[in-house]
Design a protein around this ligand. Structure first.
Ligand SMILES: [Zn+2]
Length: 315
């Protein structure tokens, strides 16, 4: 990216960022993916399947691009994706035995961001986003949410979302992305990926704040600010059949607080869904399996433990 390009970005205070809520789904249409991706791969240095180094983690797995990216330079897109991935995962223990060996990010013309479940390239996690040219904030936010799903072991062919506990995964990965955005802004202010672009940290912060304020307002509207336990008791029937990030929003601020208080809680996301039923379990059983999975991987299990405490009736 050149200095001239940087001046086209929204400077501090020039606009109020408008969040694009990630209404993600885990797509599972192999044939369509193959048709869409074939002509769009980047050059050899930007493809992932050629390099699957032993010992790669979600933080170090090669990133590649597919899609048109609508005028954004591929190198710039990769720079931002790399920054956001590091913001989300730097310093986090990554111990899942289901980590991809490569990560491909595709820009799709329209539709919600999602993880593409597929059978080709079995070691490659594929994330789809829908962003305009050089909209680095929205790119980071959408990518962060879907990266959270990949960390939560929801990226392979058999990993379709399942109720009644899909909502909890959505709350966790949404909070994961908000945590990442905050850290992305901190790094951008000090050492931006593009020349003379330090001021872009301000709109990143404003965008994150706007999203969080929406979640807090929804939490207040549903009484979740008075305790997640009472909120869950009232909403359990709805949540059991609405496993979306929209339904999960009232829980996001509380999860974010847990993730920002202790990095070991972030690491626990890597232990999610490592059992055959995945999220197709009652909440108590789901959280118990998550804690057992943490123990198997040598993780503390702080996040499922705290969520079990917070979601108890009367809390
Ligand atoms: Zn999602």
């Amino acid at each position: 990216m050149t200095d001239a390009d940087a001046t086209a970005l929204p400077a501090d205070g020039e606009r109020t960022p408008v969040p694009h809520r990630a209404i993600c789904r885990l797509a599972r249409r192999r044939v369509l993916w193959l048709a869409a991706s074939a002509p769009l791969m980047m050059g050899a240095s930007m493809t992932a399947d050629a390099a699957t180094p032993t010992g790669a983690s979600l933080l170090t797995a090669p990133l590649s691009l597919a899609g048109s990216w609508r005028g954004s330079a591929p190198g710039d897109v990769l720079a931002v994706l790399g920054r956001m991935r590091a913001a989300c995962l730097d310093g986090i223990r990554l111990v899942s035995d289901r980590q991809p060996t490569a990560l491909r990010v595709q820009d799709v013309a329209s539709g919600p961001p999602h993880v593409w479940l597929h059978t080709d390239a079995p070691g490659t996690a594929i994330v789809a986003v829908d962003v305009g040219a050089r909209d680095w904030i929205n790119l980071s936010y959408q990518f962060g949410h879907e990266l959270g799903h990949v960390m939560a072991n929801s990226w392979m062919w058999g990993d379709a979302p399942r109720n009644p506990c899909q909502w909890l995964e959505e709350a966790v990965v949404e909070a994961f992305s908000l945590r990442g955005l905050g850290r992305l802004a901190e790094g951008w202010a000090v050492a931006p990926p593009f020349p003379h672009n330090n001021a872009y940290a301000a709109p990143i912060r404003a965008y994150r704040r706007n999203l969080l304020e929406q979640d807090l307002a929804e939490a207040r509207a549903q009484g979740a600010d008075a305790g997640l336990g009472g909120w869950y008791a009232a909403q359990a029937g709805f949540l059991a059949t609405h496993g979306t990030v929209i339904a999960a929003r009232p829980a996001v601020p509380a999860v974010l607080e847990l993730l920002e208080a202790d990095e070991t809680a972030v690491a626990d996301i890597g232990a999610l869904n490592r059992w055959p039923e995945r999220s197709h379990l009652p909440l108590g059983t789901y959280l118990a399996r998550w804690r057992e999975s943490c123990a198997e991987l040598g993780l503390a299990g702080l996040l499922p433990g705290e969520l079990a405490r917070l979601l108890k009736p009367g809390r």
